[in-house]
Design a protein around this ligand. Structure first.
Ligand code: XIL
Length: 316
């Protein structure tokens, strides 16, 4: 059975993937992407980010994002919006600009409201805030925190809620898979947002993992997040080899690791679905970001399914 079929048979909403539209001319790629038995959910890997959607102040561009959204609409899949506020892949005017707190607050609100409004009614869940924490659980000192302290977080969430009352609003981060300082900080944030009536519906657990490195506390950690009254999703799963090429034993471990992650989501009722950060090693972001590492996806670069593929279906 396909990955999305397996997920839905386990009462999850979807199994999904990130994608870039410039890969769609690759027919083999596109045929797998379209297949509803494999993927019931799509995330734009890049084109809904700030640099692409507001390249100049107040000049919005949804051309690239619409290509993804239109594909999702035509195929009847679910769409995850990614993302509203992130320190990375910002337009130059924002990265280099100096803004007062009131100016930046206005800019954040305008961006989130306009972006989420544009896709109103089409997006299952939005990563409104992406990667706000350092690994030690302190806040990342980026342009937003520097200027606005933590106030940009409720500001963005409220703007997103006004823009689309029905989409699920998420905070998304990495290295929060296991129990630890960073996950604790995010739980504290969710608690305080809820206590002050700020809309927050979910936490996205990115899950850019390494083979053999799935945290033993993943399931318990997800259960603790959902106990706060929110849902969770595995939003950017890939499990990379830190040394290449993979051995047969390594591929077996990777299969077990994919199964562990999927089974953890499966065991936690509030975990709604699993998304891989693209499905083939041919287009994975991993080698460019972690030189010398890779082979992180369920399909290899020639579209041969790796043991990891069966790890996913078995994990559900
Ligand atoms: C990555 C994209 O896949 C790359 O193409 C791009 O060059 C950098 O960003 N966490 C996230 C994603 O939230 O937006 C990142 O996507 C991967 C890490």
């Amino acid at each position: 059975v396909g990955l999305n079929v397996a997920a839905q048979a386990a009462q999850k909403l979807y199994f999904g993937t990130a994608t870039n539209a410039d890969q769609w001319t690759d027919k083999t790629y596109f045929d797998i992407l379209k297949d509803d038995s494999e993927f019931g959910q799509i995330t734009a890997a890049n084109v809904m980010k700030w640099f692409d959607t507001e390249p100049e102040p107040s000049v919005f561009n949804f051309t690239d994002g619409d290509v993804i959204a239109d594909f999702v609409k035509a195929t009847g899949k679910r769409l995850r919006g990614h993302n509203c506020v992130w320190y990375n892949q910002l337009p130059d005017w924002l990265s280099n600009g100096t803004f007062t707190a009131p100016e930046l607050a206005f800019i954040v609100e305008r961006h989130c409201f306009t972006l989420v409004s544009h896709y109103r009614g089409q997006v299952y869940s939005w990563d409104v805030i992406n990667e706000p924490f350092n690994d030690d659980g302190t806040y990342r000192v980026d342009i937003f925190f520097n200027t606005l302290n933590t106030s940009y977080i409720p500001l963005a969430l409220k703007a997103a809620r006004r823009a689309d009352p029905h989409t699920k609003l998420y905070i998304n981060d990495y290295n929060i898979e296991g129990i630890g300082a960073k996950a604790t900080a995010l739980k504290e944030l969710v608690r305080s947002l809820k206590a002050s009536g700020v809309p927050i519906d979910g936490v996205g657990i990115q899950s850019h993992l390494t083979v053999g490195g799935v945290p033993a506390t993943l399931q318990q950690n997800m259960a603790e997040f959902t106990a706060l009254g929110i849902e969770v999703a595995i939003t950017e799963l890939d499990i990379r080899f830190t040394a290449l090429p993979p051995t047969a034993a390594g591929l077996a471990q990777q299969k077990a690791d994919y199964a562990t992650v999927v089974a953890a989501c499966n065991a936690v009722p509030g975990c709604v679905g699993v998304t891989v950060w693209d499905f083939t090693d041919k287009y994975s972001w991993v080698p460019s970001t972690f030189p010398g590492q890779g082979a992180a996806c369920p399909w290899d670069e020639n579209y041969v399914k790796k043991p990891a593929y069966a790890g996913i279906t078995e994990g559900f």
